[in-house]
Each structure stands twice: as C-alpha cells, then as structure tokens.
Design a protein around this ligand. Structure first.
Ligand SMILES: Nc1nc2c(ncn2[C@@H]2O[C@H](COP(=O)(O)OP(=O)(O)OP(=O)(O)O)[C@@H](O)[C@H]2O)c(=O)[nH]1
Ligand SMILES: [Mg+2]
Length: 372
C-alpha cells in the first residue's frame, strides 16, 4: 500500500538535501555565551578544581549547542539560562532563498504529481514548507530531517477534517433508524463497502437493514441479497427497473417497524455527467433524508476520485468518504488529497475483497505507512 509514493517522496527529499549541501554556500553563524563567574574570587584555593569543572561544563555546553543551535534566535535562549564560562563558536548553516526553494521544490512536486496528489494539496505543502525553510539558517546536518519534519506536519494538517464516529452517531439516534446512503461511480466498491460496514456494525451490536437501491444494473439486487444471506441481514428490494427512492422509503419504513438501528442504502453506480441518473440520486436523498451520505471512491483512480467526490458533492451533500481498493494502490494521492479538497473526512479504507478487509481511517497510521 502506498509504496510508490513513499519511495518517491524519500528520493525527492534526499535529492533536495544533496542539492542544498552541494549548491548552497556554508554560512557561519556565531554563537557567543557570556560567563557568569561569581564564585571564583571567593574561594581561590578551589580555583584549580573549578577551572577543571568549568572546562567540563564548557565542553558539555559546546556539545549541547552543537546539537541545538541553528541560528541567532537560539543563542538568546541559551544565554538566558546563565552558565559558567565563555563559549564562542561558529556553526555552519545553509540559507535557502525563496528562488532556490522554488527550484528545489520541483523534485518533490514531481514526486507528488506522479503519485496523483491533487494540485491544491501540492500548493499547500509547498507554502507550508516554504514558510518553514526559506531564509532561516538551517544547520547543515539537519537539512533532511528539517524537510521531513515540515512535510510530516504539512501532511498531518491535511487530515484535520472533523471525523465522524459512525457507531456513536447511530447509538445516539434512538427514536428512528440511522440512515446511510452510498454514492459513487460504477464499480467503485459501493455494494462491497455496504456489506463490510454492515458486518462491522453488526459486530458492534447494532441491527442493520440493507436497501437494494440499485435497480439499474443487472444482478445488482442479487449481489446485495447474497451479502445479506452471508451476514444474516435483511434486504429490502423491489423489481429491477423500479424507482430506487420508493425502495429506500420502504426500507426505512420496515426498519422503523422493526426497531432496526441502521439502514444502509445501496445505489447504482453513475457518472456525474449522466443528468437523469443524478436527478434520480437527488430524489433518493430527498425521499430518504439520510443522516449520512458517503461517497465511495476507488483509491487507485487518484485525482479522478477526488474530482468525482467534488462532482457528487454538487448534487448530494456529502458527509464522508470510503476509499476502496487501497490494498492495490501504490500511490496514495487520493488518500492524501480527498479530505483536504472536499473538506470531508475519510471514514474507512477498503483493503481487500473480504468483509474484514475494512479499516477505520487513521491519519497517524497513514503517516507511519509513509514513513515520514
Ligand atoms: N481489492 C479490492 N477490491 C475491492 C475492494 N472493494 C471492492 N472491491 C472489488 O471491486 C469490485 C466492484 O465492487 P462493487 O462493490 O460491486 O462496486 P459497486 O460500486 O457496487 O459497483 P456498481 O454497483 O456496478 O456501481 C468487486 O470485484 C469487489 O470485490 C477493496 O477494498 N479492495
Ligand atoms: Mg453496486
């Protein structure tokens, strides 16, 4: 999962590091530490011992400065601590100008583009990194780690979209069934994700009902019924060609009558450009007033997936995203981009074809995967 992205980003950062190392001149930043020598005059006998100790402390402090100091700002901080002895040392730093940064960032930009990261996300990462790295003396040894740290922070911020605890939401809606509608293009994994979520909810002690709202594609009702049989979950269906909004209405009615906690509505795959089918989707949503509309997108389709989510969002008010087939996605661009671009959280990742291949999305885990 996401291996290609991980490798490319690492390579790009290593290249940037080499360029900074080789193409930018060293700049010396002088660090000065003043002495506060109070005790020396009082106890002359102990002078020698003290001198020894002072030397030790100077050495220790020098080492501390070596690892800490990156520029003038930190000298002030160290000075405030008040130490014994006087330390004067020069640290080699690199200073990246704004123009040089633009040139260096191209390495990373290409890596991100190749991995289907959305343009607005690349722009955001660029601005974040620029703020952290430009015109600030960076200690030579710390260039690569500083870039990685800035990149990690920038990507972390991309996931700062309010998440939804679906189980909590369902449990909090006590009087009526909680209704979830699944939308997306053909073959994105809607029906499979419904079955996976149904399984997950059932395992968490919730009762579930499925609505066969795809009355369009051949064998779609049968496909949902098979999942229902496997999972021991009731499926409400009409005939092929019937109005899916009416099936959804009946499903919710049946769930109410039987005190079912959750209704999951399957819908036919459709392209945003198909006006009739989009109108049909609008009607399903109008009639069933879902508590949650989930866009199901194929992780492997990268930028297309992000664009589709935006387009579906024009017709249906989306609340969250399920990214399927992340098990076969080496790029990860959709996972990085979709939350930031749509402002909606990724709720789950589909990680295979089995019911259990379904994970709650976790940004920390994702970052660990990227190994940044
Ligand atoms: N590897 C992998 N395959 C998946 C995943 N989710 C779904 N699939 C497969 O993708 C194919 C399409 O899945 P469906 O659930 O039928 O997709 P759909 O969106 O309902 O399709 P339509 O109803 O035709 O629009 C099936 O072969 C699924 O097994 C996943 O997370 N990983
Ligand atoms: Mg389907």
């Amino acid at each position: 999962m996401f291996k290609f992205l991980k490798d490319k980003v690492k390579k790009a950062i290593s290249k940037i590091n080499d360029k900074v190392e080789n193409e930018l001149p060293d700049e010396e930043v002088e660090i000065v530490e003043e002495i506060v020598e109070k005790e020396e005059k009082k106890e002359e006998k102990k002078e020698e011992k003290k001198e020894e100790k002072k030397e030790e402390k100077k050495e220790e402090k020098k080492e501390e400065l070596e690892t800490k100091a990156v520029g003038i700002e930190e000298v002030e901080e160290v000075r405030a601590k008040g130490l014994f002895g006087k330390i004067k040392q020069k640290i080699n730093t690199k200073n990246i100008s704004s123009e040089k940064f633009d040139e260096l960032f191209e390495e990373l930009e290409i890596a991100l583009l190749e991995n289907n990261v959305a343009l607005e996300v690349i722009d955001k990462i660029k601005n974040d990194l620029k703020e952290e790295l430009v015109d600030k003396p960076i200690k030579r040894k710390e260039i690569e780690s500083k870039i990685l740290k800035s990149l990690k922070q920038s990507i972390t911020n991309l996931f700062e979209v309010d998440s939804i605890d679906i189980i909590d939401k369902i449990k909090n809606k006590k009087d009526e069934p909680y209704v979830v509608c699944f939308v997306g293009v053909n073959g994105s994994g809607k029906t499979t994700s419904i079955a996976k979520l149904a399984n997950h909810l059932k395992k968490n002690g919730l009762s579930v009902l499925l609505v066969a709202g795809d009355t369009w594609r051949a064998a779609s009702i049968q496909q949902l019924e098979e999942h229902g049989t496997n999972l021991g979950i009731r499926v409400i269906k009409h005939n092929y060609g019937s109005d899916p909004a009416a099936v959804a209405f009946d499903g919710i009615k049946a769930a109410k009558a039987n005190n079912v906690d959750v209704v999951l509505i399957d819908t036919a795959g459709r392209q945003h450009s198909n006006k009739d089918l989009m109108r049909e989707l609008e009607k399903i949503v109008r009639v069933s007033t879902p508590d949650l509309n989930i866009f199901v997108g194929e992780s492997t389709t990268g930028n297309d997936c992000v664009l589709q989510a935006q387009q579906f969002g024009d017709t249906v008010e989306l609340d969250g995203v399920i990214l399927t087939k992340s098990d076969v996605d080496e790029k990860g661009g959709a996972a990085i981009s979709i939350g930031y671009v749509t402002g909606k959280p990724i709720l789950f990742l589909g990680t295979g074809q089995e019911y259990e291949d379904f994970e709650e999305f976790n940004a920390d885990k994702f970052l660990k995967f990227l190994d940044i």
